[in-house]
Design a protein around this ligand. Structure first.
Ligand SMILES: Nc1ncnc2c1ncn2[C@@H]1O[C@H](COP(=O)(O)OP(=O)(O)OP(=O)(O)O)[C@@H](O)[C@H]1O
Ligand SMILES: [Mg+2]
Length: 252
């Protein structure tokens, strides 16, 4: 397992006068499941957008496999092996399940036959074999979120950044999602999960990083983080219950 597969080094991102990410640093080893948590507006999605180069950070570096990727394009990032999903699902609702996954598969497989084979294999892994020809927009929210992960997976990433994959899911679906994440990790993937659903993230994360008002306020094992005074004050009203501060953040 490679140490420091992804290094976030002093990343700052400003929107006008607002510091959405402020000197954030941490690193991720290959094969880890990292939880990225914090109150609404803490800067979690912004950090994903900086890592995947949807935004250019104002300062700092992001190293992937030793290469500085902080000024690349989102397409180049994906090609290099960082896949992502969005907080609000961005699937193509009028296309079928198979076609959606094929969009991901085309990144590494230019021939239609190869992309179809990759997409079918991915669909099987994600439990979509019986739903290949359904319109994506007709799926449940849980299936739509999983489909977006399947599309990202079909690009053959080394790291997957998943933004609130468990939001709005019922307990059974959260359990299925954590099983899926563990299965992906078992296949050699490294995962970073932005989550408010503590019951989903805490049992599976190797480490948890906590942001608040753009700052990293804690980093540690799930147990260390839930017992950290600063984190309890900023985020946990009661154990495992996210204290919501009123959502001012545009959903990315
Ligand atoms: N494109 C943008 N333009 C201006 N401000 C933005 C933009 N994107 C995010 N922000 C601001 O940056 C801060 C961090 O937002 P971000 O979406 O990263 O938070 P978050 O931790 O993902 O929150 P949530 O849990 O609600 O999704 C917020 O104050 C938000 O309003
Ligand atoms: Mg967010």
């Amino acid at each position: 397992m490679k140490k420091d597969l992804l290094i976030i080094d002093n990343i700052t991102k400003r929107f006008g006068g607002l510091l959405a990410n402020q000197n954030i640093s941490f690193s991720i080893d290959e094969g880890e499941i990292i939880g990225l948590i914090g109150p609404n507006g803490a800067g979690k999605s912004t950090l994903f957008n900086c890592i995947s180069c949807y935004y250019n950070s104002n300062s700092g570096k992001i190293l992937f496999n030793g290469t500085d990727i902080s000024r690349k394009t989102p397409e180049a990032i994906c090609q290099m092996g960082i896949g992502r999903t969005f907080q609000l699902v961005r699937i193509f609702k009028e296309m079928t399940v198979l076609e959606n996954i094929m969009i991901g598969a085309f990144l590494k497989h230019a021939k239609q036959g190869d992309a179809t084979a990759k997409a079918e294999e991915t669909a099987n892994l994600f439990g979509f074999t019986e739903k290949l020809s359904l319109e994506a927009g007709s799926l449940t929210i849980s299936d739509q979120k999983r489909l977006e992960v399947a599309r990202a997976f079909a690009t053959e990433p080394k790291i997957l950044l998943l933004d609130e994959m468990m939001a709005g899911l019922n307990i059974q679906e959260v359990r299925e999602t954590t099983d899926l994440i563990l299965k992906l990790r078992g296949m050699g993937l490294t995962l970073v999960l932005v989550e408010h659903v503590m019951e989903g993230i805490m049992p599976i994360a190797n480490r948890v990083i906590v942001l608040d008002y753009g700052l990293k306020i804690a980093e540690g094992t799930p147990e260390e983080v839930v017992n950290n005074e600063k984190v309890i004050e900023a985020y946990f009203g009661k154990k495992y219950h996210a204290k919501r501060r009123g959502n001012t953040a545009p959903l990315q």
